[in-house]
Write a protein that binds this ligand. Structure first.
Ligand code: BGC
Length: 750
């Protein structure tokens, strides 16, 4: 134990450290880990049951018009050592005040841990996660997390509730905005990249923060896409689809896990021993701590698996959950439950140890103020480095959905010598909604609107702006002005979609078209016969079938964050060639949901000739835009798919190559995607599964041989007896520009 660890502490910590030092002299301590264990064990020895429960308790700070404020009763709990962790308590001055209370006014002086939902940035707001996933750029995504950690930690945060790795196949669920989409393979890689970004290589570095992988587990499978709703899954689907991204994030070093609100097999996650202990600890060897979601322990009462809060606390505790977020039940009931012998003090000690270890690893015992430097805060927030990255990642997230020719020329990119543009829609001159859901600390006044972005990018173009309509209701009073603007302009750009509250938590929708009467406005504008570009700006896949049939150019811009307007303008005017690819299927209508690329074939796969095959009588089976889809201003061709050999053994690696050519006029990037189908399995297999991708840049006219390797690991799955392995047999491999278009060949596994 270095003496510097004494610099803030009160008398009690001093005694503890001395004890640790003394025992160390009789029993040599070799590693940092031993040193940490010695320190923490000594500390736990000094703690009362109430203080231990306090370390397992997390409360939120509030915000009033005058700034941040902690509820009076929480201040009392804090001083009594009955609240060891806070969230939403950011900004340095405020956090210093609170940390001082913990360090100087509690009996043991244990520093607080400060958490926050840094989901897509702290102040500088990056694209919503679903948008960023469309970049298919793991380095870029890791950097977003790295920079978010840098910025958030400069404002006093040591713990983010991210990444959210819930696989989501139902776009009615508003929280699809927070994750990487529908695919297990891509979602796992993205989750791991974010963990690396947040946590860096050394947690005690003041610009790293703890990651919290959430929501464990299967929250994305909420029935009918209704938030907080029941989940009903087989163990096979749980393991094959919903768990792998968690495992990947933990393998990348994620230090904390958050429980989900939903039940699984009849038991809410926060009281689910099979999940929290069986899978997480026993199977996966997780050694960090688990925090519940917001009041999720208390919610086990309305779930109907316990009669009261005390039973709920007991169930969660015995399931293996360390920390209670906001429910206050651990603080209230742990002492009684111990006294009554319903929970064990040795388990309590183990839980407290895991929490204190994180505080230790963050360096908070060495210096509880190490994240609280006002100068660093001032220099870091909205720094150039952050803003530059926010622009880059926003551009990479944009997905071009359609770009038809008008007068023999694709409508996009627009020419900077276009005389006039009508810019219409509720998202055209709008700062707040650019930030999207969970922009916790993001400042809307810093966001670049589309109107501003276009002015800056194409300063000679005359812009005729009208809002036209809002996000709900059927008020048409703004239509006339919008139509007038459209009539008097050469091109019309419609900025339509969702506001920031129409996706995210508690924002499920049963219809996922353009909300309010935006489609009605779009139809009237289209009827004028002008070239129209639709910008779909939303937190989820929208149903855009009418637009697809009638509007020549559609760009899906999501909610792109602080630099949204500039990024979109650069794409509109061709300063940036879009290369984003959807990571979630866009259905034609809600009736198709759930619709995802890696479905099963069924015993009656679609046939146009046979009525009695698996299909609808009123809509096609195919989605409007499939997973992996996204256009470029250029075009790419795929040819010459070649395998190193036609069959492989269990220990071999197969090499696969394809020639990709940029056949268009523009330099561009392409995400080359590799999918595999196991033609016969001991259980049914999906028609396609993503197993590799590469994002490559090709100049106009350039071609490149792109090579992938396939190992048996890529072919493995949970077989009939639930063992995870690859089965011998034939496989189809498919490489292409999306999950629906490409070239294919076959190989065998012996
Ligand atoms: C959400 C979590 C979030 C937590 C804390 C909950 O309502 O489900 O994702 O981390 O609040 O803000």
């Amino acid at each position: 134990m270095k003496t510097s660890k004494l610099k803030y502490s009160g008398y009690s910590i001093f005694i503890l450290l001395l004890a640790a030092l003394l025992s160390r002299s009789g029993n040599p301590v070799n590693s940092e880990k031993d040193e940490m264990a010695l320190f923490i064990d000594s500390l736990i020895n000094e703690m009362t049951i109430e203080e231990k429960a306090g370390q397992l308790t997390l409360y939120t700070s509030g915000w009033t018009v005058t700034g941040p404020q902690l509820r009076d009763d929480y201040v009392e709990e804090l001083k009594a050592g009955r609240a060891g962790n806070l969230f939403n308590a950011h900004t340095v001055d405020y956090a210093i005040k609170l940390q001082k209370t913990a360090v100087e006014e509690t009996r043991l002086g244990i520093p607080l841990l400060f958490g926050l939902d840094v989901i897509h940035g702290y102040k500088t707001t990056f694209p919503i996660p679903l948008a960023e996933a469309a970049s298919w750029d793991l380095e870029l995504i890791e950097k977003t997390a790295r920079l978010s950690a840098k910025e958030a930690s400069a404002a006093g945060i040591n713990w983010t509730y991210n990444p959210m790795v819930d696989i989501a196949r139902d776009p009615r669920w508003g929280r699809v905005a927070e994750g990487a989409g529908e695919d297990v393979y891509l979602g796992s890689l993205i989750g791991a990249a974010k963990v690396r970004g947040y946590q860096g290589s050394d947690l005690s570095d003041p610009n790293t923060i703890l990651a919290c992988v959430k929501h464990f587990a299967a929250y994305g499978a909420a029935q009918a896409g209704r938030d907080y709703h029941t989940v009903e899954l087989s163990d096979r689907v749980l393991r094959e689809t919903y768990l792998p991204p968690f495992k990947a994030a933990l393998d990348a070093g994620a230090t904390t896990v958050m429980t989900s609100f939903n039940e699984l097999d009849g038991l809410p996650a926060s009281g689910n021993h099979h999940l929290m202990t069986g899978i997480l600890r026993d199977e996966w060897g997780f050694d960090g701590f688990v925090v519940t979601d917001y009041t999720a322990i208390n919610e086990m009462v309305p779930h109907g698996v316990v009669a009261n809060n005390k039973e709920a606390a007991e169930l969660a505790f015995n399931a293996g959950v360390e920390m209670d977020m906001q429910g206050g039940l651990y603080a209230q009931y742990i002492p009684e439950l111990i006294k009554e012998g319903r929970i064990k003090e040795s388990t309590l000690d183990a839980y407290v140890k895991r929490v204190l270890e994180m505080k230790y690893r963050l360096g908070l015992f060495e210096d509880p103020y190490r994240y609280l430097n006002p100068k660093r805060e001032e220099q870091t927030l909205y720094s150039q480095e952050l803003m530059d990255h926010a622009l880059e990642v926003a551009k990479e997230s944009i997905v071009l959905l359609k770009n038809e020719s008008v007068n023999n020329r694709p409508i996009l990119p627009l020419s900077k010598s276009t005389k006039s543009i009508a810019l219409i829609g509720p998202l055209a001159d709008n700062q707040k909604d650019m930030l999207g859901t969970w922009h916790v600390a993001g400042d809307a006044s810093k966001a670049i609107t589309l109107l501003q972005g276009i002015k800056d990018t194409a300063s000679d173009v005359k812009i005729n702006y009208a809002r036209g309509t809002g996000f709900s209701g059927n008020d048409i009073s703004g239509f006339a002005e919008a139509l007038e603007m459209a009539k008097n302009s050469d091109v019309v750009v419609m900025a339509l979609g969702e506001n920031y509250q129409q996706s995210g938590e508690a924002a499920s929708r049963s219809e996922i078209g353009l909300p309010g009467n935006q489609l009605a406005l779009l139809k009237q504008v289209q009827a004028l016969g002008k070239p129209v570009v639709l910008l779909a700006m939303a937190g989820r896949p929208l149903t855009l079938e009418w637009s697809h049939e009638n509007i020549p150019a559609i760009v899906n811009t999501w909610h792109l964050g602080t630099m949204a307007g500039k990024a979109i303008a650069e794409v509109l005017f061709g300063d940036h060639n879009p290369s984003g690819k959807l990571t979630m299927t866009f259905p034609r209508n809600v009736g198709q949901v759930p619709v995802y690329y890696n479905m099963k074939n069924t015993g009656r796969p679609f046939s146009a000739e046979n009525k009695y095959t698996s299909k609808y009588i009123d809509v096609s089976n195919s989605p409007l835009y499939p997973f992996g889809y996204g256009l470029s201003y250029s075009t790419f061709s795929y040819s010459d798919i070649e395998l190193s050999k036609a069959s492989m053994t269990q220990n071999e690696t197969l090499t696969l190559s394809v020639n990709v050519k940029n056949t268009g006029q523009y330099d561009g990037k392409e995400v080359v995607q590799l999918y595999i189908r196991d033609l016969v399995g001991s259980v049914t297999r999906p028609v396609k599964e993503l197993k590799g991708f590469q994002k490559i840049a090709l100049k106009a006219g350039e071609s490149r041989k792109v090579t992938f390797s396939i190992t048996t690991q890529d072919l493995a799955f949970y077989t009939r007896d639930m063992s995870f392995k690859a089965e011998p047999g034939d496989f189809e491999v498919f490489i292409g520009t999306s999950s629906a278009e490409g070239v294919s060949t076959r190989f065998a596994l012996q």
